[in-house]
Ligand binder design. Structure first.
Ligand code: GAL
Length: 523
Protein backbone atom coordinates (compact mmCIF):
# COMPACT_ATOMS: atom_id res chain seq x y z
CA UNK A 1 0.00 0.00 0.00
CA UNK A 2 1.24 3.40 -0.89
CA UNK A 3 1.83 5.64 1.99
CA UNK A 4 -0.62 8.49 1.42
CA UNK A 5 1.04 10.63 4.04
CA UNK A 6 3.37 13.02 2.31
CA UNK A 7 6.50 13.88 4.21
CA UNK A 8 5.86 17.22 5.94
CA UNK A 9 7.89 19.95 4.38
CA UNK A 10 8.37 22.94 6.54
CA UNK A 11 7.93 25.80 4.09
CA UNK A 12 8.75 28.50 6.60
CA UNK A 13 12.52 28.56 6.12
CA UNK A 14 11.99 28.87 2.37
CA UNK A 15 9.75 31.93 2.69
CA UNK A 16 11.98 33.43 5.33
CA UNK A 17 14.92 33.19 2.93
CA UNK A 18 12.92 34.79 0.13
CA UNK A 19 11.89 37.65 2.39
CA UNK A 20 15.41 37.98 3.69
CA UNK A 21 16.84 38.15 0.15
CA UNK A 22 14.20 40.66 -0.86
CA UNK A 23 15.06 42.77 2.16
CA UNK A 24 18.74 42.71 1.20
CA UNK A 25 17.78 43.56 -2.37
CA UNK A 26 15.66 46.52 -1.32
CA UNK A 27 18.09 47.86 1.20
CA UNK A 28 20.94 47.76 -1.30
CA UNK A 29 19.19 48.57 -4.55
CA UNK A 30 16.30 50.82 -3.68
CA UNK A 31 16.56 54.21 -2.11
CA UNK A 32 13.24 53.98 -0.22
CA UNK A 33 14.37 56.87 1.92
CA UNK A 34 11.32 59.12 1.65
CA UNK A 35 13.35 61.88 0.00
CA UNK A 36 12.13 63.91 -3.00
CA UNK A 37 8.63 62.43 -2.82
CA UNK A 38 7.63 65.29 -5.10
CA UNK A 39 10.00 66.80 -7.73
CA UNK A 40 12.67 68.92 -6.00
CA UNK A 41 12.27 72.70 -6.31
CA UNK A 42 15.05 75.23 -6.01
CA UNK A 43 17.70 77.20 -7.84
CA UNK A 44 21.04 76.34 -9.47
CA UNK A 45 23.93 78.60 -10.40
CA UNK A 46 24.88 76.99 -13.70
CA UNK A 47 22.51 78.32 -16.37
CA UNK A 48 23.02 82.00 -15.65
CA UNK A 49 26.23 82.30 -13.60
CA UNK A 50 28.41 79.43 -14.92
CA UNK A 51 31.73 79.59 -13.06
CA UNK A 52 31.25 83.18 -11.87
CA UNK A 53 30.01 82.17 -8.46
CA UNK A 54 30.87 83.18 -4.93
CA UNK A 55 29.59 83.28 -1.41
CA UNK A 56 27.74 86.48 -2.20
CA UNK A 57 26.01 84.92 -5.24
CA UNK A 58 24.64 82.20 -2.99
CA UNK A 59 23.75 84.36 0.00
CA UNK A 60 22.06 87.01 -2.10
CA UNK A 61 20.16 84.33 -4.02
CA UNK A 62 18.99 82.98 -0.66
CA UNK A 63 17.74 86.42 0.35
CA UNK A 64 16.01 86.86 -3.00
CA UNK A 65 14.24 83.55 -2.49
CA UNK A 66 12.73 84.97 0.69
CA UNK A 67 11.80 88.33 -0.81
CA UNK A 68 8.07 89.04 -0.90
CA UNK A 69 6.82 90.05 -4.33
CA UNK A 70 3.85 92.16 -5.44
CA UNK A 71 0.45 90.67 -4.76
CA UNK A 72 -0.61 87.86 -7.09
CA UNK A 73 -4.06 87.01 -8.43
CA UNK A 74 -5.25 86.10 -4.97
CA UNK A 75 -3.72 89.20 -3.47
CA UNK A 76 -1.00 87.18 -1.77
CA UNK A 77 2.45 88.60 -1.46
CA UNK A 78 4.65 85.53 -1.71
CA UNK A 79 8.30 84.69 -1.92
CA UNK A 80 9.81 81.95 -4.06
CA UNK A 81 10.29 79.92 -0.89
CA UNK A 82 6.60 80.32 -0.04
CA UNK A 83 5.82 78.82 -3.44
CA UNK A 84 8.03 75.80 -2.71
CA UNK A 85 11.53 76.62 -4.01
CA UNK A 86 13.98 75.63 -1.27
CA UNK A 87 17.26 74.27 -2.70
CA UNK A 88 20.07 76.71 -3.53
CA UNK A 89 22.43 74.56 -5.58
CA UNK A 90 26.04 75.40 -6.34
CA UNK A 91 27.03 73.82 -9.66
CA UNK A 92 30.55 73.38 -11.08
CA UNK A 93 33.53 75.59 -10.06
CA UNK A 94 33.18 75.84 -6.26
CA UNK A 95 36.40 73.84 -5.92
CA UNK A 96 39.94 74.79 -4.94
CA UNK A 97 42.64 73.90 -7.49
CA UNK A 98 43.20 70.55 -5.76
CA UNK A 99 42.30 68.34 -2.81
CA UNK A 100 44.34 68.66 0.42
CA UNK A 101 47.25 66.32 1.15
CA UNK A 102 44.88 63.74 2.71
CA UNK A 103 42.64 63.81 -0.35
CA UNK A 104 39.84 65.82 1.27
CA UNK A 105 37.84 68.12 -1.03
CA UNK A 106 38.58 71.84 -0.59
CA UNK A 107 36.52 74.85 -1.61
CA UNK A 108 37.98 77.86 -3.39
CA UNK A 109 38.63 80.16 -0.45
CA UNK A 110 38.71 83.27 -2.63
CA UNK A 111 35.18 82.57 -3.83
CA UNK A 112 33.95 81.18 -0.50
CA UNK A 113 35.94 82.96 2.24
CA UNK A 114 33.79 81.67 5.09
CA UNK A 115 33.55 78.19 3.59
CA UNK A 116 30.73 75.86 2.62
CA UNK A 117 29.86 74.79 6.15
CA UNK A 118 29.21 78.42 7.05
CA UNK A 119 27.21 78.81 3.84
CA UNK A 120 25.12 75.73 4.64
CA UNK A 121 24.41 77.03 8.16
CA UNK A 122 23.45 80.42 6.75
CA UNK A 123 21.00 78.93 4.23
CA UNK A 124 19.56 76.58 6.85
CA UNK A 125 18.88 79.57 9.09
CA UNK A 126 16.87 81.01 6.22
CA UNK A 127 14.88 77.74 6.08
CA UNK A 128 16.50 76.96 2.75
CA UNK A 129 18.66 74.02 1.71
CA UNK A 130 22.01 73.83 -0.03
CA UNK A 131 23.12 71.71 -2.98
CA UNK A 132 26.58 70.97 -4.33
CA UNK A 133 28.05 69.48 -7.52
CA UNK A 134 30.57 66.76 -8.28
CA UNK A 135 31.39 64.40 -11.10
CA UNK A 136 31.87 60.64 -11.40
CA UNK A 137 34.94 61.08 -13.62
CA UNK A 138 38.54 62.07 -12.90
CA UNK A 139 37.67 65.79 -13.20
CA UNK A 140 34.51 67.89 -13.40
CA UNK A 141 33.39 69.31 -16.74
CA UNK A 142 35.23 72.52 -15.86
CA UNK A 143 38.30 70.51 -14.90
CA UNK A 144 38.24 70.58 -11.12
CA UNK A 145 38.90 67.52 -8.93
CA UNK A 146 36.16 64.86 -8.98
CA UNK A 147 35.42 61.49 -7.38
CA UNK A 148 37.15 58.96 -9.67
CA UNK A 149 40.60 58.09 -8.33
CA UNK A 150 42.79 56.42 -10.99
CA UNK A 151 45.15 55.27 -8.24
CA UNK A 152 42.36 53.54 -6.38
CA UNK A 153 39.69 52.96 -9.04
CA UNK A 154 37.72 50.41 -7.03
CA UNK A 155 37.07 52.77 -4.11
CA UNK A 156 37.36 56.27 -5.52
CA UNK A 157 37.09 59.44 -3.50
CA UNK A 158 33.41 58.80 -2.96
CA UNK A 159 33.53 57.96 0.79
CA UNK A 160 35.84 60.86 1.58
CA UNK A 161 33.72 63.29 -0.47
CA UNK A 162 30.41 62.05 0.90
CA UNK A 163 31.70 62.45 4.46
CA UNK A 164 32.81 66.00 3.72
CA UNK A 165 29.46 66.94 2.14
CA UNK A 166 27.57 65.44 5.08
CA UNK A 167 29.86 67.25 7.51
CA UNK A 168 29.35 70.58 5.75
CA UNK A 169 25.56 70.16 5.96
CA UNK A 170 24.87 69.63 2.26
CA UNK A 171 21.30 68.61 1.31
CA UNK A 172 21.59 67.82 -2.43
CA UNK A 173 24.36 66.46 -4.69
CA UNK A 174 24.37 66.66 -8.48
CA UNK A 175 26.84 64.10 -9.90
CA UNK A 176 28.01 64.81 -13.46
CA UNK A 177 29.56 62.50 -16.09
CA UNK A 178 32.60 64.27 -17.60
CA UNK A 179 36.01 62.60 -17.84
CA UNK A 180 34.76 59.12 -16.95
CA UNK A 181 37.25 56.42 -18.05
CA UNK A 182 36.10 54.50 -21.12
CA UNK A 183 35.69 51.19 -19.22
CA UNK A 184 32.79 52.79 -17.37
CA UNK A 185 31.11 54.31 -20.40
CA UNK A 186 28.28 51.79 -20.43
CA UNK A 187 25.21 50.91 -18.34
CA UNK A 188 27.13 48.69 -15.91
CA UNK A 189 29.92 51.18 -15.45
CA UNK A 190 27.51 54.05 -14.97
CA UNK A 191 25.50 52.09 -12.42
CA UNK A 192 28.65 51.02 -10.63
CA UNK A 193 30.07 54.52 -10.21
CA UNK A 194 26.77 56.12 -9.25
CA UNK A 195 25.83 53.29 -6.85
CA UNK A 196 29.16 53.79 -5.17
CA UNK A 197 28.38 57.43 -4.44
CA UNK A 198 24.84 56.49 -3.39
CA UNK A 199 26.23 54.07 -0.82
CA UNK A 200 28.86 56.55 0.35
CA UNK A 201 26.15 59.19 0.85
CA UNK A 202 23.96 56.72 2.70
CA UNK A 203 26.79 55.81 5.05
CA UNK A 204 27.83 59.44 5.61
CA UNK A 205 24.31 60.77 6.17
CA UNK A 206 23.42 57.97 8.56
CA UNK A 207 25.96 59.57 10.90
CA UNK A 208 24.62 63.12 10.61
CA UNK A 209 20.91 62.38 10.15
CA UNK A 210 20.68 64.99 7.36
CA UNK A 211 19.69 63.23 4.11
CA UNK A 212 21.23 64.22 0.76
CA UNK A 213 19.08 64.17 -2.38
CA UNK A 214 21.11 62.47 -5.13
CA UNK A 215 20.83 63.82 -8.68
CA UNK A 216 22.44 61.80 -11.51
CA UNK A 217 23.67 63.68 -14.56
CA UNK A 218 24.87 61.30 -17.27
CA UNK A 219 22.75 63.18 -19.84
CA UNK A 220 20.24 60.35 -20.35
CA UNK A 221 22.84 57.83 -21.48
CA UNK A 222 22.62 54.05 -21.06
CA UNK A 223 18.83 54.12 -20.51
CA UNK A 224 19.35 55.72 -17.10
CA UNK A 225 15.57 56.07 -16.74
CA UNK A 226 15.33 52.28 -16.44
CA UNK A 227 17.61 52.02 -13.42
CA UNK A 228 17.91 55.59 -12.10
CA UNK A 229 15.28 55.00 -9.39
CA UNK A 230 17.45 52.39 -7.66
CA UNK A 231 20.37 54.82 -7.38
CA UNK A 232 19.26 58.45 -7.39
CA UNK A 233 16.21 60.59 -6.73
CA UNK A 234 16.41 62.24 -10.16
CA UNK A 235 18.36 61.70 -13.34
CA UNK A 236 19.05 63.94 -16.32
CA UNK A 237 17.49 62.69 -19.52
CA UNK A 238 19.44 64.70 -22.10
CA UNK A 239 22.10 67.27 -22.86
CA UNK A 240 22.39 70.82 -21.59
CA UNK A 241 19.43 73.13 -22.08
CA UNK A 242 19.83 76.60 -23.63
CA UNK A 243 17.31 79.46 -23.48
CA UNK A 244 15.86 78.72 -26.90
CA UNK A 245 12.54 77.30 -27.95
CA UNK A 246 14.03 74.35 -29.86
CA UNK A 247 16.22 73.37 -26.94
CA UNK A 248 13.26 73.48 -24.55
CA UNK A 249 11.15 71.32 -26.87
CA UNK A 250 13.95 68.87 -27.56
CA UNK A 251 14.81 68.40 -23.87
CA UNK A 252 11.21 67.89 -22.78
CA UNK A 253 10.64 65.44 -25.64
CA UNK A 254 13.72 63.37 -24.72
CA UNK A 255 12.52 63.48 -21.12
CA UNK A 256 9.35 61.61 -22.06
CA UNK A 257 11.17 58.47 -23.24
CA UNK A 258 11.07 56.91 -19.81
CA UNK A 259 7.98 58.70 -18.48
CA UNK A 260 6.58 55.48 -17.06
CA UNK A 261 9.54 55.18 -14.68
CA UNK A 262 8.82 58.42 -12.79
CA UNK A 263 7.28 58.01 -9.34
CA UNK A 264 7.50 59.63 -5.90
CA UNK A 265 11.19 59.73 -5.00
CA UNK A 266 12.38 59.10 -8.59
CA UNK A 267 12.12 61.72 -11.34
CA UNK A 268 13.15 62.23 -14.94
CA UNK A 269 15.05 65.52 -15.15
CA UNK A 270 14.90 67.50 -18.42
CA UNK A 271 17.48 69.95 -16.93
CA UNK A 272 17.36 73.14 -14.91
CA UNK A 273 14.95 75.75 -16.20
CA UNK A 274 15.73 78.68 -18.48
CA UNK A 275 12.54 80.60 -17.60
CA UNK A 276 13.54 84.27 -17.59
CA UNK A 277 16.79 83.74 -19.53
CA UNK A 278 17.95 84.72 -23.02
CA UNK A 279 15.34 86.30 -25.21
CA UNK A 280 12.47 83.87 -24.67
CA UNK A 281 9.11 85.61 -25.08
CA UNK A 282 6.67 85.62 -22.20
CA UNK A 283 4.59 82.99 -24.04
CA UNK A 284 7.68 80.78 -24.47
CA UNK A 285 8.64 81.20 -20.83
CA UNK A 286 5.17 80.23 -19.75
CA UNK A 287 5.11 77.24 -22.15
CA UNK A 288 8.48 76.11 -20.78
CA UNK A 289 7.11 76.20 -17.24
CA UNK A 290 3.86 74.45 -18.26
CA UNK A 291 5.77 71.63 -19.96
CA UNK A 292 8.09 71.11 -16.98
CA UNK A 293 5.13 71.03 -14.61
CA UNK A 294 2.99 68.64 -16.63
CA UNK A 295 6.07 66.38 -16.87
CA UNK A 296 6.52 66.27 -13.08
CA UNK A 297 10.01 67.66 -13.66
CA UNK A 298 12.27 69.00 -10.93
CA UNK A 299 11.74 72.79 -10.90
CA UNK A 300 15.22 74.23 -10.60
CA UNK A 301 15.37 77.95 -11.39
CA UNK A 302 18.24 78.91 -13.67
CA UNK A 303 17.76 82.68 -13.87
CA UNK A 304 19.39 85.59 -12.06
CA UNK A 305 16.85 86.33 -9.34
CA UNK A 306 18.17 89.85 -8.86
CA UNK A 307 17.08 90.72 -12.40
CA UNK A 308 13.79 88.83 -12.49
CA UNK A 309 10.82 90.83 -13.79
CA UNK A 310 7.45 90.63 -12.08
CA UNK A 311 6.07 88.76 -15.10
CA UNK A 312 8.69 86.02 -14.75
CA UNK A 313 8.07 85.83 -11.02
CA UNK A 314 4.36 85.55 -11.77
CA UNK A 315 5.02 82.55 -14.06
CA UNK A 316 7.36 80.78 -11.65
CA UNK A 317 5.00 81.12 -8.70
CA UNK A 318 1.72 80.19 -10.32
CA UNK A 319 0.70 77.80 -7.59
CA UNK A 320 -2.03 76.20 -9.68
CA UNK A 321 0.62 75.08 -12.14
CA UNK A 322 3.12 74.17 -9.42
CA UNK A 323 0.42 72.03 -7.79
CA UNK A 324 0.24 70.01 -11.02
CA UNK A 325 4.01 69.45 -10.95
CA UNK A 326 3.96 68.56 -7.26
CA UNK A 327 0.91 66.30 -7.39
CA UNK A 328 1.57 63.49 -4.93
CA UNK A 329 0.50 60.73 -7.33
CA UNK A 330 3.84 61.33 -9.04
CA UNK A 331 2.54 60.58 -12.54
CA UNK A 332 4.66 62.06 -15.34
CA UNK A 333 2.45 63.63 -17.99
CA UNK A 334 3.26 62.99 -21.63
CA UNK A 335 2.28 63.91 -25.16
CA UNK A 336 -0.91 62.06 -26.05
CA UNK A 337 -1.73 63.48 -29.49
CA UNK A 338 -0.49 65.84 -32.18
CA UNK A 339 -2.99 68.02 -34.00
CA UNK A 340 -1.16 69.97 -36.73
CA UNK A 341 1.22 72.30 -34.90
CA UNK A 342 -0.43 71.58 -31.57
CA UNK A 343 0.81 68.94 -29.17
CA UNK A 344 -1.60 67.78 -26.47
CA UNK A 345 0.03 66.65 -23.23
CA UNK A 346 -1.88 65.10 -20.37
CA UNK A 347 -1.13 64.21 -16.74
CA UNK A 348 -3.22 62.18 -14.34
CA UNK A 349 -3.71 63.85 -10.94
CA UNK A 350 -4.27 62.20 -7.62
CA UNK A 351 -7.90 63.28 -7.24
CA UNK A 352 -8.89 61.66 -10.54
CA UNK A 353 -8.69 64.94 -12.49
CA UNK A 354 -6.43 65.47 -15.53
CA UNK A 355 -4.10 68.34 -16.35
CA UNK A 356 -3.83 69.08 -20.07
CA UNK A 357 -1.33 71.36 -21.83
CA UNK A 358 -1.92 72.34 -25.45
CA UNK A 359 1.39 73.54 -26.84
CA UNK A 360 1.50 75.35 -30.15
CA UNK A 361 4.86 74.57 -31.79
CA UNK A 362 4.05 76.90 -34.70
CA UNK A 363 4.63 80.63 -34.64
CA UNK A 364 1.04 81.74 -35.45
CA UNK A 365 -1.82 81.60 -32.99
CA UNK A 366 -4.08 78.59 -33.62
CA UNK A 367 -7.05 76.57 -32.31
CA UNK A 368 -7.38 72.95 -31.24
CA UNK A 369 -9.50 70.68 -29.04
CA UNK A 370 -9.01 68.26 -26.23
CA UNK A 371 -10.79 64.98 -26.98
CA UNK A 372 -11.93 62.68 -24.23
CA UNK A 373 -9.70 59.97 -25.68
CA UNK A 374 -6.73 62.33 -25.04
CA UNK A 375 -7.33 62.03 -21.33
CA UNK A 376 -8.15 58.33 -21.50
CA UNK A 377 -11.90 58.82 -20.99
CA UNK A 378 -13.90 56.20 -22.89
CA UNK A 379 -17.32 57.45 -21.72
CA UNK A 380 -18.06 60.17 -24.26
CA UNK A 381 -21.17 61.23 -22.36
CA UNK A 382 -19.17 62.04 -19.26
CA UNK A 383 -18.91 65.72 -18.50
CA UNK A 384 -16.03 67.50 -16.83
CA UNK A 385 -15.68 70.99 -15.42
CA UNK A 386 -12.71 72.72 -17.07
CA UNK A 387 -10.42 75.15 -15.29
CA UNK A 388 -7.83 77.36 -16.95
CA UNK A 389 -4.88 77.52 -14.57
CA UNK A 390 -3.51 80.78 -16.04
CA UNK A 391 -6.86 82.52 -16.00
CA UNK A 392 -7.50 81.05 -12.53
CA UNK A 393 -11.13 80.39 -13.28
CA UNK A 394 -13.52 77.75 -14.50
CA UNK A 395 -13.89 78.19 -18.24
CA UNK A 396 -16.60 75.56 -18.61
CA UNK A 397 -18.87 74.23 -15.86
CA UNK A 398 -19.52 71.08 -17.81
CA UNK A 399 -17.86 69.99 -21.05
CA UNK A 400 -18.92 66.76 -22.71
CA UNK A 401 -17.11 64.72 -25.35
CA UNK A 402 -14.42 67.33 -26.12
CA UNK A 403 -13.33 70.85 -25.29
CA UNK A 404 -12.32 73.41 -27.92
CA UNK A 405 -9.53 75.87 -27.29
CA UNK A 406 -9.13 79.08 -29.31
CA UNK A 407 -6.10 81.28 -29.75
CA UNK A 408 -3.25 79.15 -28.50
CA UNK A 409 -0.40 81.64 -28.99
CA UNK A 410 2.55 80.80 -31.26
CA UNK A 411 5.25 79.03 -29.20
CA UNK A 412 2.78 79.15 -26.35
CA UNK A 413 0.41 77.05 -24.32
CA UNK A 414 -3.03 76.80 -22.80
CA UNK A 415 -3.08 74.84 -19.55
CA UNK A 416 -6.33 73.29 -18.33
CA UNK A 417 -7.54 70.95 -15.62
CA UNK A 418 -10.41 68.58 -16.40
CA UNK A 419 -12.16 67.30 -13.33
CA UNK A 420 -13.41 68.22 -9.96
CA UNK A 421 -12.32 71.49 -8.41
CA UNK A 422 -8.68 70.56 -8.22
CA UNK A 423 -7.52 73.97 -7.17
CA UNK A 424 -10.20 74.61 -4.62
CA UNK A 425 -7.93 73.15 -1.96
CA UNK A 426 -5.11 75.50 -1.01
CA UNK A 427 -1.82 74.02 -2.12
CA UNK A 428 -0.04 72.51 0.82
CA UNK A 429 3.36 73.81 -0.26
CA UNK A 430 2.37 77.33 0.66
CA UNK A 431 3.66 78.09 4.09
CA UNK A 432 0.79 79.94 5.65
CA UNK A 433 2.74 81.52 8.39
CA UNK A 434 4.35 83.91 5.97
CA UNK A 435 1.16 84.80 4.13
CA UNK A 436 -0.95 87.85 4.45
CA UNK A 437 -4.27 86.18 4.96
CA UNK A 438 -6.36 89.20 4.17
CA UNK A 439 -5.25 90.65 0.85
CA UNK A 440 -5.10 94.37 1.19
CA UNK A 441 -7.67 96.10 -0.95
CA UNK A 442 -7.40 93.41 -3.60
CA UNK A 443 -11.06 92.42 -3.52
CA UNK A 444 -11.93 95.87 -4.69
CA UNK A 445 -10.04 95.50 -7.97
CA UNK A 446 -12.69 94.22 -10.32
CA UNK A 447 -13.21 93.69 -13.99
CA UNK A 448 -16.18 93.54 -16.28
CA UNK A 449 -16.37 92.40 -19.82
CA UNK A 450 -19.12 93.60 -22.12
CA UNK A 451 -18.85 91.96 -25.52
CA UNK A 452 -15.20 92.35 -26.31
CA UNK A 453 -14.54 95.34 -24.08
CA UNK A 454 -12.86 94.74 -20.77
CA UNK A 455 -12.76 97.42 -18.14
CA UNK A 456 -10.94 97.19 -14.86
CA UNK A 457 -11.82 99.10 -11.73
CA UNK A 458 -8.78 100.52 -9.97
CA UNK A 459 -9.75 101.47 -6.43
CA UNK A 460 -6.70 103.62 -5.73
CA UNK A 461 -5.75 107.26 -6.02
CA UNK A 462 -2.69 108.63 -7.86
CA UNK A 463 -1.59 105.29 -9.29
CA UNK A 464 0.19 104.32 -12.46
CA UNK A 465 -1.34 101.42 -14.34
CA UNK A 466 0.51 99.61 -17.12
CA UNK A 467 -0.82 96.88 -19.35
CA UNK A 468 1.54 94.32 -20.89
CA UNK A 469 0.81 91.83 -23.63
CA UNK A 470 1.81 88.19 -23.79
CA UNK A 471 5.22 89.01 -25.16
CA UNK A 472 5.89 91.34 -22.25
CA UNK A 473 5.49 94.38 -24.47
CA UNK A 474 4.00 97.46 -22.85
CA UNK A 475 0.66 98.41 -24.34
CA UNK A 476 -0.74 101.36 -22.50
CA UNK A 477 -0.04 103.30 -19.38
CA UNK A 478 -2.70 105.12 -17.44
CA UNK A 479 -2.49 107.50 -14.56
CA UNK A 480 -5.45 107.00 -12.23
CA UNK A 481 -6.07 110.12 -10.19
CA UNK A 482 -9.24 108.93 -8.48
CA UNK A 483 -10.62 105.38 -8.18
CA UNK A 484 -11.99 104.71 -11.66
CA UNK A 485 -12.59 102.28 -14.50
CA UNK A 486 -10.01 101.93 -17.24
CA UNK A 487 -10.60 100.27 -20.58
CA UNK A 488 -8.14 97.61 -21.68
CA UNK A 489 -7.28 97.73 -25.39
CA UNK A 490 -9.14 94.92 -27.08
CA UNK A 491 -6.15 93.04 -28.42
CA UNK A 492 -4.76 92.85 -24.91
CA UNK A 493 -7.91 91.72 -23.19
CA UNK A 494 -8.32 88.45 -25.05
CA UNK A 495 -7.89 85.09 -23.37
CA UNK A 496 -4.21 84.92 -22.70
CA UNK A 497 -2.37 86.65 -20.02
CA UNK A 498 -2.60 90.39 -20.34
CA UNK A 499 -0.73 91.52 -17.32
CA UNK A 500 -1.72 94.59 -15.47
CA UNK A 501 0.68 96.29 -13.16
CA UNK A 502 -0.45 98.95 -10.72
CA UNK A 503 2.06 101.14 -8.93
CA UNK A 504 0.32 102.84 -6.06
CA UNK A 505 1.14 106.35 -4.83
CA UNK A 506 3.18 104.89 -1.94
CA UNK A 507 5.32 102.99 -4.48
CA UNK A 508 3.91 99.52 -3.68
CA UNK A 509 3.15 97.36 -6.70
CA UNK A 510 0.39 94.94 -7.64
CA UNK A 511 0.80 92.68 -10.65
CA UNK A 512 -1.94 90.46 -11.93
CA UNK A 513 -3.43 88.76 -14.93
CA UNK A 514 -6.52 90.59 -16.15
CA UNK A 515 -8.26 87.29 -16.79
CA UNK A 516 -7.90 86.30 -13.18
CA UNK A 517 -9.70 89.29 -11.75
CA UNK A 518 -13.00 88.56 -10.14
CA UNK A 519 -15.37 89.58 -12.94
CA UNK A 520 -17.97 91.36 -10.91
CA UNK A 521 -18.78 94.99 -10.47
CA UNK A 522 -18.07 96.32 -7.00
CA UNK A 523 -20.95 97.81 -5.08
C1 GAL B 1 27.41 69.67 -17.65
C2 GAL B 1 26.05 69.58 -17.01
C3 GAL B 1 25.58 70.98 -16.73
C4 GAL B 1 26.55 71.67 -15.81
C5 GAL B 1 27.96 71.64 -16.40
C6 GAL B 1 28.99 72.17 -15.43
O1 GAL B 1 27.90 68.42 -17.90
O2 GAL B 1 25.18 68.91 -17.86
O3 GAL B 1 24.28 70.96 -16.16
O4 GAL B 1 26.52 71.05 -14.56
O5 GAL B 1 28.31 70.33 -16.76
O6 GAL B 1 30.28 72.09 -15.94
Amino acid sequence: MRDSRKPKINKKPFWFSVLFLLKIYWSVYSLEDSQALTPPMGFSTWNEFGCSISESTIVSTGHLMLKKHPADWEGRELSLRDAGYVYVNIDDCWHAQSRDAQGNPQWDSAKFPRGLKWLADTLHQMELKIGIYSCAGTATCCNYFASFNPENPEVGYDPIDANAYADWGIDYLKDDWCNVPSDYQNANGSQKLYARMRDALKAATSKTGRPIVFSLCNWGQYSVYQWGDTIGHLWRTGGDITPEWNSIMSNITANSTGAQYAKPGAWNDPDMMEVGNGSLSLAENRAHFDLWCISAAPLILGNDLSKMSDSIFYILTNREVIAIDQDSLGYQGRKVRTDGDVQIWSKKLKNGAWAVVLVNTGTESTNSSVLWSDIGESDLTRSYPVRDVWQHRTVSESATDSYSVNSIPGHGTVHLVFGSAYWMEPVSIIKNKSLNSSPRGFEKISAKRINSTTTVYIPFTSSNVTIYNLQGKKSSTFFVKEPSWITIPESFAKRNFSIIQIIKSNGSKITLDINSINHSVPK
